[in-house]
Design a protein around this ligand. Structure first.
Ligand SMILES: NC(=O)c1ccc[n+]([C@@H]2O[C@H](COP(=O)([O-])OP(=O)(O)OC[C@H]3O[C@@H](n4cnc5c(N)ncnc54)[C@H](O)[C@@H]3O)[C@@H](O)[C@H]2O)c1
Length: 268
């Protein structure tokens, strides 16, 4: 429908075709947007992102999202190419404690700090870089991806739960200033469990996915559903939606239990 025609942006976090950011990039391209793709240098070495770049006619710029110098260079490339930009997607997450199966009750704090920096503080760093360079057009849109473990307990999600709570708070805190001073909106999307590299790193992910599917009246939101919502959030149809955590979860967040789940226990 071309609802992003003329919009320019930066998309963080497309690792492979399963990545949410990959699907968002494909949908943004279909809707007429132009963007720079970026990921950590180590992720780019896998080479997959070049396929996406070719498909969407995008440039790929390496940047570790925790490194202010990398971010500065990335934004300079985008500004050189597009002038001011209209949207940013932060689709980044990683916990060393999750990766190394370190339980929440026995966290390694230096791993915690690394995961917090990558998964949460990097969102502040990205926004600060854009802020200092004054490179967002009025009515622009900045999005990050979150998970309901920020509000409710999911034991295996480990320290990522705390990172997501921090991420959502940054969206509100920085989003206030973006709204007031630059007329830019900042939101997070709280997405259903989705089979991606990051998702599948969580212990018992298959179980997570099936339980959420069973409980959600509309079933789990897929990566493609998330991409559709991101397109809408980058479009001019959502100009005054800001400081929100938007659940894209098939109704999971407001459902206590499903009849199907009760039936399964009654059978036992
Ligand atoms: N998959 C799920 O179940 C699910 C559910 C809700 C929210 N999310 C969130 O969605 C976002 C995207 O994850 P995904 O599921 O598409 O998995 P993914 O593994 O495809 O994407 C995570 C990305 O983070 C990037 N990254 C890691 N460290 C980085 C760094 N230092 N600098 C820049 N990039 C870095 C990785 O290279 C990768 O591209 C994450 O914030 C994740 O927490 C995922």
């Amino acid at each position: 429908m071309g609802i992003l025609k003329g919009k320019k942006g930066i998309i963080f976090g497309a690792l492979d075709e399963h990545s949410i950011a990959w699907k968002v990039a494909e949908r943004c391209y279909e809707e007429g947007a132009e963007f720079v793709l970026t990921n950590a240098p180590v992720a780019l070495r896998m080479g997959e992102i070049n396929k996406l770049a070719e498909k969407t006619g995008s440039e790929v710029v390496p940047a570790d999202a925790t490194n202010m110098e990398d971010l500065g260079k990335l934004f300079d490339v985008a500004i050189e190419k597009f002038g001011k930009i209209d949207f940013i997607l932060h689709s980044i997450g990683m916990s060393v404690n999750v990766r190394k199966d370190k339980p929440y009750t026995d966290l390694n704090y230096s791993w915690l700090e690394k995961g917090w920096d990558i998964s949460a503080v990097s969102f502040h760093k990205v926004m600060k870089t854009a802020w200092d360079k004054d490179c967002m057009n009025e009515w622009g849109s900045i999005l990050a991806l979150s998970y309901i473990a920020a509000q409710r307990v999911f034991p295996n999600y480990n320290d990522m739960a705390d990172n997501k709570a921090y991420l959502e708070s940054i969206a509100r805190s920085f989003g206030y200033f973006w709204g007031k001073e630059k007329k830019v909106r900042v939101n997070t999307i709280s997405q259903s469990p989705t089979p991606t590299t990051a998702g599948q790193g969580v212990e018992g992910f298959g179980g997570f996915l099936s339980v959420a599917e069973e409980i959600s009246p509309l079933g789990n939101a897929t990566g493609d559903d998330c991409a559709d919502l991101c397109v809408m959030m980058f479009s001019d149809y959502t100009k005054r939606v800001t400081l929100q955590n938007l659940y894209n979860d098939g109704g999971y967040s407001n459902t206590g239990i499903s009849e199907g789940l009760v039936k399964k226990f009654m059978e036992k």
